[in-house]
Design a protein around this ligand. Structure first.
Ligand SMILES: [Mg+2]
Length: 343
């Protein structure tokens, strides 16, 4: 029994998922095309289409605080992170279920503002709220959204499709959300308005729902994931699921000028935000080098700027980061739930 005398901290997020998987039936019914281990579950429906299902929970004190995000932005973001998962599988977002746990003394205006943010993004993306649950919480607020999406089975893009020789692409820039969070958490040091774009990247990310779907329908990508935990961790998921490794070029990681300027001012390494920061909700995908031109033009058309080729998939396990001076192994340093505090 792996869990004897162990806490959830000892297991870590991956260990907890493995424990749940180990306690579940090994044989899934044939309509479950994908269960645990990707951005969405994929369920075959009677009409030869698949239903994509994703769920995300935001907990006060872990994912947000009143100091770093408004109720309106929180409503937007709670839906955005789910739409991003549907986009990462190549599907079309459709129906949402919202479960919300709040203290009884919470202001009604908090919920009104939350719903205004939720509905603003739902309106832009065609998402319909179809149900959920409301419960009382004794302390922290918790928000869970389950989102359903639709896709043809042959268009679903899994994390497991990367092949040696593929290019690795990201929509960019990366790290803006982490830099925005840094500014919000260090407000006493002053958050000049010139960095509003960074703060907005943290608070109101725009999921790339048109692009994810177009890449999938065009048959251009072999594996795809959205960058929620940082490229170091999310590319790690793709490599692990695909049984491959990757080489990333440090100089190719797309950085915004705002991010570079803030990092220089604060004495930070901008790559730390870009590689490990997370919450960018950009798309990372792999594709054949032969499709480079098509990918550049499609991504420019649907996300405003062309995606950036940041490296390649290789046969050998692990991810390495190549600098001018040489290469180093890139360890996943994205946010790890249930990890012990650093000592
Ligand atoms: Mg995801």
């Amino acid at each position: 029994m792996i869990s004897k005398n162990k806490t959830l901290s000892d297991l870590g997020e991956t260990g907890i998922i493995r424990l749940i998987q180990g306690k579940s039936p090994h044989e899934l019914p044939s309509y479950v095309k994908k269960g645990i281990d990707d951005d969405c579950a994929v369920l075959e429906t009677a009409s030869n289409r698949v239903l994509l299902v994703t769920t995300d929970t935001l907990i006060e004190g872990i994912h947000f605080t009143g100091r770093t995000i408004s109720a309106e932005a929180l409503g937007w973001k709670a839906l955005a992170v789910n739409i991003s998962d549907i986009a990462a599988m190549g599907g079309a977002q459709q129906t949402a279920f919202l479960s919300i746990a709040l203290r009884p003394d919470s202001q009604a205006s908090f919920l009104e503002s939350f719903m205004a943010g939720f509905n603003a993004l739902a309106g832009k993306t065609g998402v319909v709220l179809a149900g959920g649950d409301t419960v009382e919480s004794p302390s922290f607020a918790a928000i869970t959204i389950t989102l359903l999406g639709d896709c043809l089975p042959e268009h679903v893009v899994y994390r497991s499709g990367a092949r040696a020789g593929d290019d690795v692409w990201v929509t960019g820039p990366l790290g803006n959300a982490a830099a925005g969070l840094f500014l919000l958490q260090n407000k006493e040091a002053g958050a000049p308005s010139e960095y509003d774009a960074l703060v907005r990247a943290h608070q109101k990310p725009m999921p790339l729902f048109k692009l994810g779907r177009a890449l999938a329908e065009g048959g251009l990508v072999h594996a795809m994931i959205d960058i929620s935990d940082g490229i170091s961790k999310d590319l790690g998921h793709v490599c692990e699921q695909s049984g491959v490794g990757a080489v990333l070029e440090a100089a190719s990681i797309p950085l915004s000028s705002d991010l570079s300027r803030l990092a220089a001012e604060m004495g930070k390494n901008p790559l730390d935000w870009a590689l490990h920061g997370g919450e960018d909700y950009a798309l990372l995908f792999t594709a054949s080098p032969a499709d480079k031109a098509k990918i550049e033009s499609l991504t420019a058309k649907l996300s405003g700027s062309p995606a950036t080729r940041v490296g390649a998939i290789v046969r050998e396990d692990g991810i390495s980061l190549v600098y001018h001076e040489g290469k180093v192994p890139l360890e996943p340093c994205g946010y790890l739930h249930f990890s012990k505090p650093r000592e």
